[in-house]
Design a protein around this ligand. Structure first.
Ligand SMILES: *[C@@H]1O[C@H](CO)[C@@H](O)[C@H](O)[C@H]1NC(C)=O
Ligand SMILES: *[C@@H]1O[C@H](CO)[C@@H](O)[C@H](O)[C@H]1NC(C)=O
Ligand SMILES: *[C@@H]1O[C@H](CO)[C@@H](O)[C@H](O)[C@H]1NC(C)=O
Ligand SMILES: *[C@@H]1O[C@H](CO)[C@@H](O)[C@H](O)[C@H]1NC(C)=O
Ligand SMILES: [Ca+2]
Ligand SMILES: [Ca+2]
Ligand SMILES: [Ca+2]
Length: 665
């Protein structure tokens, strides 16, 4: 057993060591046997190649060498399938040039013969040699500088001044040095173009109390392309970087304010024969720069300060240092070129502006920046509201959100108020007279109360409605309906009252001060079909309806003893004399009389509390919103009698009372 193993080892060793040899078919040159199948395989060690030369070929010929064949594999690739006779010249010119393995590769021969031979064939004979691969010529070996071939391998080497990198191919320049005091720096390769693939680090130091000052003298030529640095020089101190510099313009004198400095030079592998530079370095008495800290200015202002100088540092507007939220500090220039006291000036932060209550106001910005000089914008979430007050606020230096006109957010929050007096009519309709049915959204402020007395009211914002005192007197809580023109509309909006406030001067039986305010228990959901009417701007000193026709509306009676399912409206005008002259009650200045006997329009029982607006419904525009001028109050016992007149509460007489009451409730 031991013997066998030793024997095997010997065979494989001797095989790998033999650098040349013969291969031939069995029985050569007498003739080969039938039914033969023999394979030879010869390999080259790493760094070597194997060449095979066929000297002789005489085998049975057949189509595609089906019968007998010599198959040749180079690096395991089937390369030839040979049979028949070939001359030495043919073998040399067509076959042998292809029979060379790669470095460390193999060539295999497989000789096969079938069951018969019609005549005697001598077979084949071949010779192989193993030889070194000249990598420097044959392969794509990239030694930066020099390539050396040797048996079984190769190596790279570099020009003087360079060293071979760990990759064993790249030559890099060796220029890492530490120096003290003054001197001159030049680049490897100087005089003349600097070396490629250089990474230099010159570490320079001077005595304590001194700093290093640099001057570039003579030629400055560092490779750049399209404004960017291909190669560069850079000067680094603990606190500051100068450069990178490249191109053909020498940087100006550099005062580093540092005792220890590193000069870095880098060149890429692209050698453009650039000349480099000469850098003179010298010690100078230490100074401090005016850059004490970011976002601050220094008093007195100078370019540099001597050791021992004291400055006052003040954060720029809108910046402070923490703690304790101060703006100013003193600092002294030390012998190491550093300031003894340094604080960081950070921008003032105003924080998110907080609304005093949650309502329809939001910030336009989803994630607002809240630091100094940043802006926020307030908007209303609903189109049925408008913002009153300043929308835009800027974070100011004191940490407050301030509007352009100087109002602080905390004291002057903008408000979202309902847009009043607007309907969704797109164009002015024609004049319609007498008991017309209203369209949904045409008189969106109209409210209806059913119990205990049927009556009307007008929405004046998203919480309050105005009605007549006599409609709701003596009741604690009522339900109003709105957002409908059909009393049986299942989509109508129901509003419960929270407060009912009758005007303190209300007097029966002549209906003086027939006005009341109603506060709903929650915010009314405004929409196209339910939105408020505007109050008059101020008291007029003439006719209440300003000489215009207006519109009265309600779900009141259409004939004696009948009430309407639908919201009806008609156009009326103010009478100063004529039909209003005759009356059974005492007329006061808090009432006005109006009607339309030409067109038979009148208000009636059940309309009480409802609105009279100008201009006429169908004639309003965005810039002339509908204003509430009157509240249906009282009329002759039989409405629609031949006079067609009624008495209305003058809303404009109560503007202060309305404002005060809403404010205090
Ligand atoms: C010859 O032998 C090899 C392996 O030893 C085999 O793959 C091949 O099929 C054989 N050829 C014939 C013709 O028997
Ligand atoms: C660079 O040169 C210095 C001396 O000139 C030598 O000590 C150092 O080993 C060299 N570095 C390399 C990487 O060859
Ligand atoms: C804030 O708004 C003002 C104008 O009101 C503008 O000049 C300024 O650039 C804005 N600030 C920011 C950070 O957008
Ligand atoms: C007005 O609003 C009502 C209710 O939303 C809608 O049915 C109607 O079509 C609107 N009319 C116009 C002219 O937009
Ligand atoms: Ca044969
Ligand atoms: Ca070699
Ligand atoms: Ca270069």
């Amino acid at each position: 057993m031991i013997k066998y193993c030793v024997c095997l080892l010997f065979v494989s060793l001797s095989e790998s060591l033999s650098l040349s040899g013969w291969i031939q078919s069995p029985g050569y040159p007498q003739g080969y046997e039938i039914d033969t199948n023999i394979t030879w395989r010869r390999c080259a060690p790493p760094g070597h190649a194997l060449s095979l030369t066929l000297l002789h070929l005489d085998m049975e010929d057949s189509i595609d060498c089906e019968n007998d064949a010599l198959k040749v594999f180079v690096d395991s690739v089937p390369t030839f399938n040979l049979c028949g006779r070939m001359t030495m010249e043919h073998l040399q010119s067509s076959i042998n040039p292809s029979l060379q393995s790669s470095s460390g590769g193999c060539v295999s021969l497989s000789f096969q013969s079938d069951y018969s031979n019609t005549e005697r064939h001598t077979g084949f004979r071949a010779f192989y040699t193993i030889h070194d691969v000249d990598e420097c010529w044959e392969n794509d070996i990239e030694c930066s500088h020099f390539c050396h071939n040797h048996m079984g391998g190769y190596s790279c080497s570099c020009k003087p001044g360079y060293f071979l990198d760990k990759d064993q191919h790249t030559c890099r320049a060796n220029c890492t040095e530490e120096r003290f005091g003054e001197g001159v720096l030049t680049l490897p390769g100087s005089p003349g173009p600097y070396f490629e693939n250089a990474d230099c680090s010159f570490k320079l130091s001077v005595d304590e109390g001194n700093q290093i000052v640099f001057t570039f003298t003579g030629v400055f030529d560092v490779e750049s392309r399209n404004g960017g640095c291909r190669d560069y020089v850079m000067i680094k101190t603990e606190s500051e970087d100068f450069g990178p510099y490249c191109g053909n313009k020498a940087p100006p004198e550099i005062i580093t304010s540092a005792q220890h400095v590193e000069v870095i030079f880098h060149s890429d592998q692209n050698d453009k024969a650039n000349q480099g530079f000469t850098l003179v370095y010298k010690p100078k008495l230490m100074e401090c720069t005016r850059k004490v800290t970011q976002k601050a200015f220094v008093v007195p202002p100078k370019d540099r300060y001597e050791v021992g100088d004291v400055v006052t540092v003040q954060c720029v507007t809108g910046h402070i240092w923490n703690p304790p939220d101060k703006k100013i500090f003193e600092s002294t220039c030390q012998s190491d070129g550093k300031w003894d006291t340094i604080h960081f000036c950070e921008p003032v932060d105003c924080g998110n502006p907080e609304f005093s209550k949650a309502d329809l106001r939001v910030l336009t910005e989803m994630f607002p920046s809240t630091s100094f000089s940043q802006n926020v914008t307030v908007k209303c979430t609903s189109e049925f509201y408008q913002l009153v007050g300043n929308a835009k606020f800027t974070c100011d230096a004191t940490g407050e959100w301030v509007s352009e006109d100087g109002q602080t957010f905390s004291l002057n929050e903008p408000q979202c108020v309902p847009v009043c007096g607007v309907t969704n009519e797109t164009s002015a309709g024609g004049r319609v007279f007498g008991g017309q049915k209203a369209e949904l959204g045409q008189i969106p402020w109209q409210l209806l109360v059913r119990k205990p007395n049927r009556g009307g009211a007008s929405l004046i914002n998203d919480r309050w409605a105005l009605t007549a005192a006599h409609v709701i007197k003596d009741h604690q809580q009522l339900v109003f309906y709105g957002g409908m023109v059909d009393g049986q509309d299942t989509n109508k909006i129901e509003m419960k009252t929270e407060k009912i406030i009758i005007h303190p001067g209300y007097k029966e039986p002549n209906f003086n001060n027939d006005i009341a305010l109603v506060k709903m228990s929650s915010r009314v959901p405004l929409s196209e079909k339910l939105r408020p009417v505007c109050l008059p701007d101020k008291k007029t000193n003439g006719p209440v309806m300003e000489g215009q026709m207006g519109t009265v509306s309600g779900f009141g009676g259409v004939a004696v003893g009948q009430i309407s399912q639908y919201l009806l409206y008609g156009h009326i005008k103010e009478y100063s004399e004529g039909p209003c002259f005759k009356t059974d009650l005492v007329i006061t200045d808090n009432m006005f009389c109006a009607g339309n006997y030409e067109e038979s329009v009148d208000s009636c029982k059940g309309d009480s509390g409802g609105p009279v607006v100008i201009p006429m419904v169908g004639e309003g525009f965005l810039n002339t919103p509908y204003r509430l001028k009157g509240i249906v109050s009282w009329g002759p016992k039989i409405c629609g009698n031949k006079d067609y007149k009624g008495y209305y509460t003058k809303v404009e007489n109560y503007l202060d009372w309305i404002r005060e009451t809403m404010k205090n409730n």
